[in-house]
Design a protein around this ligand. Structure first.
Ligand SMILES: C[S@@+](CC[C@H](N)C(=O)[O-])C[C@H]1O[C@@H](n2cnc3c(N)ncnc32)[C@H](O)[C@@H]1O
Length: 230
């Protein structure tokens, strides 16, 4: 496992940042609603790839709704929790221990929807390049890609972290308490990166608050709904 993989596994063994919630994120539900209302696209009997699926919050929900789901996750601890929750729910998800910044053992153009819900922020630039080309390879033409990624725009905490605790790569910082490296984006860079391979059909910025070490931090995200159009 990579160094960042060990850090994520440690985080799941003694959570400081990740939540213990078992249900799907509100942002995932909004994305599904968007597909139904705005794209006339029902998410049932679809094949879905959940990148950095964590404890299976979204994977298990989508499998319950009658989809075939593959979840890739680097932390063994998170994955075993995801599996035991799926078992309890009586559903089946193809959970795989793996790195989303390396080759995916998935056929070309076999996936209807890819989810990256705050997972690829942990990749380095080499891993990010691989992730983008693998998502583009496995998605069907017309398939959807939902990304929630950390934004740096207008966030004072991020500005401080980039200054006081920078990582080695562009727009990265290290959360020293847990050793985690995160990549943050400004709007322009985010659009440039993703529009090189996908059509961005909806982009918004959203703020939320998280408690870390008994302090409340504002976290800003880009929520992007994209489509692979050949
Ligand atoms: C912020 S959590 C989000 C988890 C999940 N997507 C959710 O929304 O509940 C980020 C997840 O990505 C996983 N992750 C980070 N880097 C990864 C990598 N290179 N390959 C696979 N999973 C990774 C972490 O272990 C963690 O579970």
């Amino acid at each position: 496992m990579s160094h960042q993989g060990h850090i994520w596994d440690k985080e799941y063994r003694n959570p400081k940042l990740v939540t213990k919630n078992e249900g799907p994120q509100a942002d995932t539900l909004r994305f599904l609603k968007f597909l139904k209302k705005e794209q006339d696209y029902i998410v049932e009997n679809r094949t879905i790839l959940d990148l950095g699926c964590g404890t299976g919050r979204n994977s298990n929900y989508l499998a319950e709704k009658g989809n075939t789901v593959i979840g890739i996750e680097i932390s063994k601890t998170a994955l075993s929790l995801a599996k035991s929750r799926a078992e309890k729910l009586g559903i089946s998800v193809d959970y795989r221990l793996g790195d989303i910044g390396q080759d995916y053992d998935i056929n070309n153009e076999s996936i209807d929807i890819v989810l990256d819900i705050t997972s690829s922020n942990s990749l380095d630039e080499k891993g990010r390049e691989k992730y983008l080309s693998e998502v583009s390879r496995v998605l069907k033409n017309g398939g959807y890609f939902f990304v929630r990624a950390l934004s740096r725009d207008g966030n004072k905490n991020v500005k401080n972290l980039l200054k006081q605790s920078p990582g080695q790569e562009y727009d990265t910082y290290i959360i020293k308490e847990i050793g985690l490296i995160e990549r943050v984006f400004n709007r322009e860079d985010f659009i440039k990166l993703y529009s090189s391979k996908f059509k961005i059909i909806h982009l918004e910025k959203k703020s939320s608050y998280t408690t870390f070490n008994n302090r409340i931090y504002k976290r800003d995200y880009f929520l992007a709904y994209m489509q692979k159009i050949l």
